[in-house]
Design a protein around this ligand. Structure first.
Ligand code: BES
Ligand code: ZN
Ligand code: ZN
Length: 504
């Protein structure tokens, strides 16, 4: 699909579907919608009255033009109430447009840009959000559905055009399209990695993706640590978890430096990279194991961010650190009761081999901390407890720096990636002490599991400002999560972090 902004009059646009809009409670259409209404001799006002179109958010009214204007069909899109209308609304409207275009088998769409008119939002912001909504809603993972993939070029939407008549606005809109495209590509990169079956997304495949991202880019450096090097570093968190698998573990370290000027800050992003989590000897049930190819979603999102860094050029130094390994049961697997010594020197009592993510992250967080960053942010599909606590659509956020948490929460309201803070309670911290080792990897048992996992991670980050996001629920959508997030890997956190890096 090609997205562009063109100097065209809506009423004269030639396309399969023309999209115009209306706020709720508005008696007479204004702006572009009014222009189309005039060209149609007042048909829009007549139809909206007859059909009792209220312009509620996402409500649509679609009709044939019968040749009165060059567009074959018109869709009036309800914007809802003006109050509360923001860039996330625009993203959702983009998603609705894609769904309708698909139903109508439209190959070309021309649309008004929602937001800058009566919504009074910045045109670049609006077109960036619309581009994201449209691109992300249009995403499908068809790598293993070859016949369907072939059809895409023939029947799917090809041309998506934002109509505008002011030349200076077109430039701003075009910039928004560029930013939105780069950002969406990062999200889709992460989605692709998550959707890939574990047999094709082994630890070495994550390494290959990191190589692909850094290739030919002078400002992105890559370091890979293999088993031998991990042994030299005493990275027994990663090595211990990988003991049961025939697939070699790795640690990946990417570093992005801005092309111009001194970096404003240094931020380390750490992603959980379990390419498959069977549970190990504490093996999962059939149901519990079925989606565990997604256990590298934290790593996928961090790589998704890196994929977009080159195009977005934030003025901060960014590190990506990933422990890539597989949690498998076998004669050589780590056992319940085993004690491993992590890279930091702290010993970890493995009370349950299924709480493996935090054990690998003991090493990656420690390594991240040794890079002396100003901030550390980690993303991990860490606990089923966070799914119980917050449900399918909300990421659990916790950490030792309230300012960072507040900032991420504010940004998340605009990116639509919902967050809710959980407390790293000091009294709870006692429960992660080990009987024989320094710390144990399950904490207080079944209840409060997301917090105990967070408290465990905190043991390995020292005093560095740090935020942990438990994306166990939000990394994968069992049913469409919203208008632009279809079933499958979601790429959660990519847009959030890209916006954060831009503002930090
Ligand atoms: N990878 C899982 C968490 C998970 C569950 C992610 C469901 C996505 C969907 C993690 O390694 C795990 O198994 N955690 C255990 C910890 C427990 C044994 C203390 C859990 O949450 O059940
Ligand atoms: Zn597990
Ligand atoms: Zn896991």
């Amino acid at each position: 699909m090609n997205i562009q902004s063109q100097n065209i009059n809506l009423a004269e646009a030639k396309c399969d579907l023309l999209v115009i809009n209306q706020f709720e409670g508005v008696k007479k259409p204004g702006g572009g919608t009014a222009a189309v209404d005039r060209a149609l001799d007042g048909l829009i006002q007549k139809l909206t009255r007859e059909e009792k179109f209220k312009a509620k958010f996402g409500e649509t009214l679609i009709f044939h033009t019968h040749g009165k204007i060059p567009a074959k069909k018109v869709m009036i899109l309800g914007l809802g109430e003006r109050q509360g209308f923001n860039v996330e609304s625009i993203r959702k409207l983009g998603g609705i447009t894609i769904q309708k275009a698909r139903d109508l088998k439209a190959k070309s769409v021309v649309t008004i840009l929602h937001g800058p008119g009566t919504g009074r939002l910045d045109p670049t912001f609006c077109s960036r959000a619309l581009t994201e909504g449209v691109t992300l809603a249009n995403y499908r993972f068809l790598k293993y559905k070859k016949e369907e993939a072939k059809k895409v070029g023939k029947v799917d939407l090809q041309e998506f055009t934002i109509a505008e008549i002011s030349r200076s606005k077109i430039r701003k809109i075009q910039r928004g399209i560029e930013l939105g495209t780069a950002e969406s590509r990062g999200v889709m990169y992460a989605r692709d990695l998550v959707n890939e079956p574990a047999m094709h997304m082994l630890p070495k495949d994550l390494v290959e993706r990191a190589k692909e991202i850094s290739k030919g880019k002078s400002n992105i450096k890559l370091k890979i640590f293999n088993r031998e090097q991990l042994e030299k570093m005493n990275a027994w968190g990663i090595l211990g978890v990988a003991m049961g698998s025939v697939n070699e573990p790795y640690m990946i370290h990417l570093k992005y430096t801005p092309k111009k000027g001194k970096p404003k800050k240094r931020v380390a992003l750490v992603g959980k990279g379990l390419t498959f989590d069977s549970g190990g000897l504490n093996i999962k049930t059939g149901n519990g194991m079925s989606e565990m190819k997604i256990d590298m979603a934290g790593a996928a999102s961090v790589l998704g961010v890196f994929h977009a860094l080159d195009a977005l050029q934030p003025k901060v130094e960014v590190h990506a650190i990933i422990g890539a390994c597989e949690n498998m049961p076998s004669g050589s697997a780590v056992r319940p009761g085993d004690i491993i010594t992590s890279m930091s020197g702290k010993t970890i009592e493995i009370n349950n081999t299924d709480a493996e993510g935090r054990v690998t992250m003991a090493d990656t967080l420690h390594y991240a901390n040794k890079q002396k960053p100003d901030q550390i942010i980690d993303l991990a599909t860490l606990t089923s407890a966070v799914i119980v606590a917050l449900g399918s659509d909300i990421t659990g956020i916790m950490g030792n720096d309230q300012k960072m948490i507040n900032k991420l929460s504010d940004i998340s309201k605009l990116t639509g990636e919902k967050l809710w803070q959980l407390p790293l309670d000091k009294d709870y911290a006692k429960r992660i002490k080990g009987k024989v080792g320094d710390v144990n990897n399950i904490g207080g048992g079944r209840t409060g599991g997301a917090i105990f996992a967070g408290l465990f991670l905190q043991e390995f980050i020292g005093k560095t400002p740090w935020v942990h996001m438990d994306i166990a629920a939000t990394a994968y959508a069992e049913k469409p999560m919203n208008e632009y997030t279809p079933i499958g890997g979601t790429g959660v956190g990519v847009r959030l972090l890209l916006h954060y890096l831009d503002q930090v």
